[in-house]
Design a protein around this ligand. Structure first.
Ligand code: 5RP
Length: 228
């Protein structure tokens, strides 16, 4: 079993009968969705799910997991997703998949947000390995880019997978991938980005994760915010 499959199994074991579960996006989230589909069918769990992206919704549908549309959601029992970086205070960097708004909405709406990563995702500071994805209204990207320069940010519009156009989120936003100086802490960046007009959402998830499952060489460790 791979580390991702092990993480998926451990997360799926935390799902109880009748729960409403949020599905993340990415290769780790895919493993979890498959494992949840299997458990739901074999153990008759009667779960319902809400998806953070169209690809995750399609996968859930193929596994006969009953989907609830976001517009019908008030809360979730559990949200399970991967991350690109995890800082020591459990702040996350997410968004290589571009659907930041739905991911953050589900993370915020859920009683518990469980994050699945391997140890290569653990960093000392957010932005250490990846630029910060900033989802912007298409007409606002130049103005947002200029605003972020005030904090030393250098941004590029993300290209699509085939590099012949721009990446567009499932509801039509563009993505600026922005590099900030190492001295810029994630709290300052989070607050600045939350306060910048034209920014739809961004990839810093602060104070949202309830627990992180970290895989390393076939073993899983759980990390929680102190006091939770
Ligand atoms: C998508 C995300 C993913 O959770 C993140 O990119 C990790 O992906 P993977 O599990 O494939 O490593 O934030 O927007």
């Amino acid at each position: 079993m791979t580390d991702k499959e092990l993480l998926a199994q451990q997360a799926a074991n935390q799902v109880e009968d009748g729960m409403l579960v949020g599905l993340g996006t990415g290769s780790t989230a895919d493993c979890f969705i498959r494992e949840l589909g299997r458990r739901n069918a074999e153990a008759g769990l009667r779960v319902s799910v809400a998806a953070s992206s169209t690809v995750s919704a399609i996968l859930a549908q193929s596994l006969a997991l009953p989907l609830v549309a976001l517009e019908h959601l008030a809360r979730l029992d559990l949200y399970v997703d991967g991350a690109d970086e995890v800082a020591p205070d459990l702040t996350l960097l997410k968004g290589r998949g571009a659907d930041l708004v739905r991911e953050k909405l589900l993370a915020r709406a859920s009683d518990r947000f469980l994050v699945l990563v391997d140890q290569s995702k653990l960093v000392d500071r957010i932005g250490e390995r990846f630029p910060i994805p900033v989802e912007v209204m298409p007409f606002a990207w130049q103005l947002v880019k200029r605003s972020l320069e005030a904090l030393g940010g250098r941004g590029e519009l993300r290209r699509n997978a085939s590099k012949d156009g721009l990446a567009v989120s499932s509801h039509g936003s563009l993505i600026l991938d922005v590099v900030f100086d190492p001295g810029c802490d994630s709290k300052t960046l989070d607050e600045f980005l939350n306060d910048t007009p034209g920014v739809v959402e961004h990839g810093i998830f602060r104070g949202l994760a309830s627990a992180i499952l970290v895989a390393a060489d076939g073993r899983i460790q759980e990390r929680r915010v102190a006091g939770c």
